[in-house]
Design a protein around this ligand. Structure first.
Ligand code: P6P
Length: 339
């Protein structure tokens, strides 16, 4: 690839900003480079995890009650440092922290716009020791709460208010996939130049797929409509023979769904009656990306992006994928077939 044709993530972000917010300050693109910098730092650690003694768990348990992996802590610190030092981030909320991190106590008109970033620093980290792909998931909101005494108010916004969302996938290659509301673009980290280079412009999710992705171990405790839908997918009632793929790492399972189509599901189960995945820093960013790529994302009944959050770490059922598979799911949810 000639240097003339290389489009790096910061260049792309600047171009997006010029196109869609000509009057906006460079703050937003400067903020997004905080994500790409943290992504490179985490990628370097993940790539060497087996060599530099960062595998395995710490002695700590996070707010989710999950044992913290060493790389969880590294990734969380990297994001807090890289985003906190951008100068325009007011509040950070992380899966690893019970409460929001207030970076700037109050809005100061001299500093232009301020932003709120919510993130899961290393989703799927329990898979790291097994060399399974993991990811960082993020969403960016504008900070507009007049009440700066309550950072929760800054964070608890419906997904429809996200300014940007995306993920860094630490897979066979490291990819940044993000949207600012004008479609979805993918960048691959080129280790030769240390930059995320545009590799997947304007990603579109296929209208229909042939893969479904769910942890079938819990199927007996899924809601009835969901069990019937699963049976429908497997029975080949339409002209498609569906295949099952489940990695157990949300970013990897969604990335495949984004590129190949089909459906990813994490319904309510006997263990997690409201689903296991978190609304603010897992379902919402994934839902924004899915809709921007032409897909759908719901709880089975409600659009994910419309949910009014009440708690930073609240969980939600998540169904996300191609229009066809999602519309079939909604038909089952509306009128579950007679048993
Ligand atoms: P289960 C990883 O722990 C995670 O949070 C997501 O990345 C993934 O989609 C889900 O949990 C897997 O959960 O119950 O199937 O192991």
């Amino acid at each position: 690839m000639s240097s003339a044709s290389i489009m790096t993530a910061p260049q792309h972000i600047q171009e997006q900003q010029r196109k869609h917010a000509p009057g906006a300050s460079g703050d937003f693109s400067w903020l997004l480079t905080g994500i790409t910098l943290a992504g490179k730092m985490v990628a370097a650690e993940v790539r060497r995890a087996g060599l530099n003694d960062v595998l395995g768990a710490t002695d700590d348990v996070n707010v989710q009650g999950e044992v913290q992996q060493q790389l969880d802590v590294f990734a969380n610190n990297a994001l807090i440092h890289c985003l906190g030092s951008r100068g325009n981030v007011g509040v950070l909320a992380s899966e690893e922290n019970e409460n929001p991190v207030v970076v700037r106590d109050s809005r100061d008109g001299n500093h232009g716009d301020e932003y709120v970033v919510v993130f899961d620093p290393l989703d799927g980290s329990s898979n790291i020791d097994l060399n399974v792909s993991v990811g960082t998931i993020f969403a960016i909101f504008r900070r507009d709460s007049a009440d700066t005494d309550s950072p929760e108010k800054d964070v608890l916004k419906p997904g429809i208010e996200q300014l940007a969302a995306g993920y860094v996938l630490y897979g066979s290659s490291t990819m940044l996939v993000y949207t600012t509301g004008d479609g979805v673009d993918g960048f691959t980290l080129d280790p030769m130049i240390g930059a995320f280079v545009l590799s997947h412009p304007k990603i579109k999710m296929p209208e229909k797929g042939n893969i479904y992705s769910v942890n079938e171990a819990y199927a007996d405790s899924f809601p009835t409509y969901c069990r019937h839908y699963l049976h429908w997918l497997k029975s080949g009632t339409d002209d498609t023979v569906y295949r099952s793929r489940y990695i157990g790492s949300l970013v990897a399972d969604f990335h495949r769904t984004l590129l190949k189509g089909g459906i990813f599901m994490y319904p309510g189960t006997g263990i997690y009656k409201d689903g296991k995945l978190r609304l603010m820093y897992e379902a919402n960013p994934i839902a924004f990306l899915a809709e921007q790529a032409g897909g759908l994302a719901t709880t089975g009944f409600e659009r994910i992006l419309d949910i009014e959050p009440t708690d930073i770490h609240q969980r939600t059922p998540l169904f996300v994928g191609s229009r066809y598979e999602m519309e079939q799911l909604h038909a089952f949810a509306k009128k579950p077939p007679k048993v």
